[in-house]
Structures are given as C-alpha cells and as structure tokens.
Design a protein around this ligand. Sequence first.
Ligand code: NAD
Length: 701
Amino acid sequence: MSAEYQVHGAVAVIVLNNPPVNSLSLATRKGIMDGLEKALSDDGIKAIVITGAGRAFCAGGDIREFNTDKTRAEPHIHSLIRAVEESPKPVVAAIHSICMGAGLELALGCHFRVAKPDSQIGLPEVKLGLSPGAGASQRLPRIVGVETALNMIVSGESMTSQTLANSGLFDSMIEGDLVPGAVDFAERTVAEKRGLPKVRDIKIKYPNYEAYFQFTRNSIGAVARNYPAPLRCVDAVEAALTMPFEDGLQSELDIFFELMATRQSKALIHSFFAERASSKIPDLPENTPVRDIRKAAVIGAGMMGSGISMVLMNAGIPVTILELDQGGLDRGVAKIRSIYEDSIRRGRLSRDKYEKRMSLLSTTLDYSAIADCDIAIEAVFEDIQIKKGVFEKLDSAMKAGSILATNTSTLDLNKIARFTTRPQDVIGAHFFSPAQVMKLLEVIRGEATKKEVLATVIKLAGKLGKTAVVSRVCDGFIGNRMMEQYSRQAEFLLEEGSTPEQVDEAVEKFGFAMGPFRVSDLVGNDVILHIRNRWDDEKPRIRYSKILELLCAADRFGQKSGAGWYDYKPGSRHAFPSPAVSETIRKYREATGIVPRNISSEEIVERLVYALVNEAARILEEGIALRASDIDIVFMMGYGFPPWRGGPMFYADSVGLSTILRRMRQFAANPHADPEFWKPAPLLVKLAADGARFSEGGMPL
Ligand code: NAD
C-alpha cells in the first residue's frame, strides 16, 4: 500500500506513503486513485486533502520505473491528475518539505494548494535530460506566469514556497501543523462554496511572446549545446501559449517521451543512480558506527590544504591549519581570504557568512595544538619521506580515535599507514583541485582501515557536499591510474603524427572539458614527469613517449612557466600552438624513424577513451573499484568526462564491448604501437565474449 486513507470529519486525507520521498510509482498512483474513488463514493466526505508522509509531499515520478511499462501503465499520471482535477469534491494539496516534478504536477491538478513555509518547489526533470511530462509546462505558466514557469522548468532549480508565496501558486501558507490546517482549509472551501477552480481554465497571456521565446532560445542554445532537453522545454512551454490546453498537454507528452529516448537522458539517469550507489559499500552495513567529527586539522596550507580547509569551514567544522613556518600559514590564510572575498564581490557569499566561516579558522606551527582534533587531513608535498615525518608526528600528538587522512594523489596509502602505530585509523581523502569547487572525493581504503573510519569519512563527505567514491590502494587509485594510460596514449599520438592541438580539439569536441595537453600545461609538466619517474622506480618499466622529458628539459613546464605544450602570453591562459614544440616533435620523429601520418579525430578519441576503458576493466577485476558506475562518477566529477555520455564505462557499453575490443586489436597491430599497451584486460575480453556490459557483468551487488 503506497497511500493511506484517513477520515478527518467530513474530509478524506490521502497520505502518500512510499518512502523515502513518496515518488509516484505505479503502486502509489494506484493508492491515490483508490483513495480518491473511496472518498467520492462516500456521501459523508465533502472534500479531500492529498499530502505525503515523512520527508516529502512528493519528490516526483519514480525514476526506477522510467523506460519501463510501468510509466505508461494505468493509472497513468495523466489519468490520475485528470481524475483529481475533475473530482466533483474539492481536492486540496497539502505541501511540505519537498514538492518536485510529478509531485508538483499532481498539486497543479488539485483545486487548491496549501503549503508549509520552506517547502522546496521545483521541476528538476531537465537535470535528467527530460521535460516535465504531466502538465507542468501547460499549467504552471497559467498560474505563476510564463517567465517564472519557464525559468523553473529550464533551470530545474527549486524555489522555496515563501519565494513563490505571492505567485498565485498557493491559496494559503500554513504555519502550524499541516494536516489539521489543510483539513480546516478544505472545510472552509466547502462552507464558503468556493467551487472547483481548475488551473487549466486560467487564461494565459503574454504579449509579444515570440520575441521573448526567441531571446530565451538564443541564450539557452549557447550554453546547452550537447543537451537537447532545455530547448525542448522551451518548446513545451511555448505550446501553452500557442495551442489549446489539451493539444499543449499532448505536445508536452510527446516531447517527454522523445527526450526519454535520448542517449543524454539515459546517461544522466545513469549518473543519478551511480551517484546514489557510490556511497553504498557492500561490507559496510548501514548501522556501522561512525565517529563524531567536531574539529579538524589540515596539515599544509598550499593549494589543496587551503581549499580543503574552506570545504570544512563551509560545512561549519572548526579547522586548525598546521604549516612548516609562519610564512606558509600567512600565505594559506591570505589565499582563503582572497577566494572568499572574490565570492563576496560576485554576490555569492554574504559578509556575515564570511565572518562566521573565518571565525572557525585557527593556525598553528605546533602539533600539540591539534591533539584533540577528530580528524587530520594531510596535504603536504607529494613526497613519501615528508609524509613519513608528518604521519609520525600526527601519530604521537593526536588523541586516540582521531582519524589520520592523507590527500596523496599517488603514494601508497598502506605504506603511509605503517608509519603510524594506528594503521586502522589511516585513510585516504583524495580531494580534487580546486577542493572547494570539485564535488568528488576519492576515499582510499587501506588494507588496515577500520570500517568505522571508512564509514565516518563517507558520512563526512556527505556533510561537506561531496560525492564519495571508494577506491582500494594502487598507484594513482581509480582516477589518476586511468589518466596515466590516457596521457601515455595522447603522447604516442604525437609521436605518430598528431599535434597537441589536434588531440585536444578532438577530445574537447567529444565533450571533455579540456584536452590532455591543456590539462598537462595546467597541472605542470614537471609535476607529471616527477610522478612518472617515481613510478619508474617502483614499478616494472613501461614505455612512455620521451617528448614530455624533452619539453621539461627546455623548461616548458606549462602555464606557470609561460610555455608548455602550448605558448602563453604573460597574464593570459590562452593557449597558442607552439612552433618550438612542433619542431621538438619533428626532430624526435626523425631521430626515431617515424614517418608521421594523418590521424583522424575519430581515431584520436577512440584511442584515448579505450585506453581509459581498458585500464578501468583492470581496476574492476582487481577490486580497486567496487562497481563500474563508481568509475563513471570519478571521471565525470573529477576529470571532465562529458556527463551526457554517462562516464567511460557507460559510454563503452553504448559503443559495445566487442567493437572496442576489435578496435584495440587493430591499434595493437599498428607498427608504432606499444604491444603491451593494448593487451586487453581479461574482464573486457570475457564480457565482450559473453555479449555482456560493464553495467551488468562489472557491477557486483
Ligand atoms: P602545495 O605545494 O601547493 O602545498 C604543500 C604545502 O605543504 C606547502 O604550503 C608547504 O609549505 C606545506 N608543507 C610541506 N611540508 C610540510 C610539513 N612537513 N608540515 C607542514 N606543512 C608542510 O601542494 P598541493 O598541490 O596542495 O598538494 C598537496 C598534496 O595534495 C599532495 O600530496 C598532492 O599530491 C595532493 N593533491 C594535489 C592536487 C593538485 O591538483 N594540486 C590534487 C589532489 C591531491
């Protein structure tokens, strides 16, 4: 039973009860319809209230049922809303907490709406690559006006019920208990004979709407290039002005189903579920105890340490930063201030909040000052000996039970844990740069990390507004290990005939935020080479192109030195193709006997993306990542993989694993290829042979 039926005097109250957020699954729709029929057949009932149990009025349709027969099965959402709208007894929506998507559409079908202040009202369908599908594009503009409705539908952002209090959407705001207030309101509508007003009957007016819609299309078209949904949402709302109501409704439904079939929508829905799955760890039951994190320490106030401190302060957690010397502390604090002040200038942060956040910050040069912190997050130089010194000091200074976390990008977490007498309390918290912006947190679980410590850091990630993905220990963890193969392959492409700009343009056209050579110039070519050389010491030798070394030997470190894979003008980040780099590559080819050839954009993208996919398959079979969808999250949130392609694994599934395997074999046959590079991961071979996909075969439950 997904909706309860209660009787309050002459008012029936139908309570949606489909935890956690009362989504309108087929069963819930049936429950509401049954309640409605019961109320209509009972002469003692004069009015009906619809509300939701627990944490939401209703968060919308049931996404799990999208693309299944259940979406179209009766009572279809349209039939339900029609039944509510045509009810001969007044129906009142009693809204609280969350009223989104189809939940709002159901409320728009009711004759009256009452709401608690602070309810979140929105139509987030566009974030899943969809348009509203149950009348919002036709009803909402009639009641709140075309511009407000269009903004809500196209942005997918929610608004509070107070913000909308004077929009006409609500007939009353209820400060006290909602259900008694709504029942009282329903009784009054009957007593005052207020009739059965229908939103669909409101006359919609917007003079010169053509110009407004054209303007909107121009601005949206410029930013939503790879996403069809926003522009189709505009079409849906325009139909409210140009078509009779019923035709507009049908047009909206056609758009909804058209969008549901797009790969963009499928990818975004995949990401939605992937994000929710990532914090579920099979051997970490929900009742795993967690430690309280009330105070934190951050070691090192460089680029990452200052960002991580801000993330903690933004979440209201007091932070003490520890550095080598006063200069380091001063630089870190100045950086934090300047980032906050920039946010104030842009109107994104109030001075009041800024002061509150800064009041949570303290600094020290002395480990005894952080002894009672519940967690220390280390972000010092990427050097195992320096980390050793820091972890030994943390171990002796910090109270029992404190969590010792490291932000290392590549170093062996198990080794770091063994520098302490409490390896069970050591964990990796790999933030991405800039930490205060990037949503991803790779959580590295060492061989000794206690479950309680892992559960605490995953919970902390949620508090910090981050999405946690758990990785086991290996060189580079999930993300950087895959990126290493991607960068290697990118440089092999240069050896064979591509230019850095051809490679960058091809992958940027594919949808990556930035191509590999622009990224390399941003991160620092010397930093990348340093990591490679260290890996060379610890790992069996693998072949790298020598071009990066040649660049570093010429002090072409990237943006910071004004020259890298590209040339830069002082004070600008704009990358210009570099004649010097072309010459270096040409000479290198000549010296190694490579006759360059034209490499198509298609081949560039295939080689780079399949390099990611093959390494990801190894990461999965080694159990470094728990599931394919975790890898997708890491790449979309941490490395600029286009979200509308759903991440490398989802994309690989859509290409077909046997196609990928066939192409990899062709690449391996290329006379300049490193034969080791294209050796397929056994999991990839197996899945391709079985005609399976990563999202099935690669995803343990
Ligand atoms: P950084 O050079 O900007 O900052 C390092 C800071 O640590 C400096 O301020 C330095 O004074 C301080 N420090 C050095 N030794 C110390 C010690 N013994 N005690 C206290 N402070 C000390 O470096 P960063 O880019 O912030 O990187 C820090 C860590 O984060 C590294 O492990 C790095 O691999 C990792 N990381 C970096 C990025 C990135 O994009 N930069 C991303 C993820 C992770």
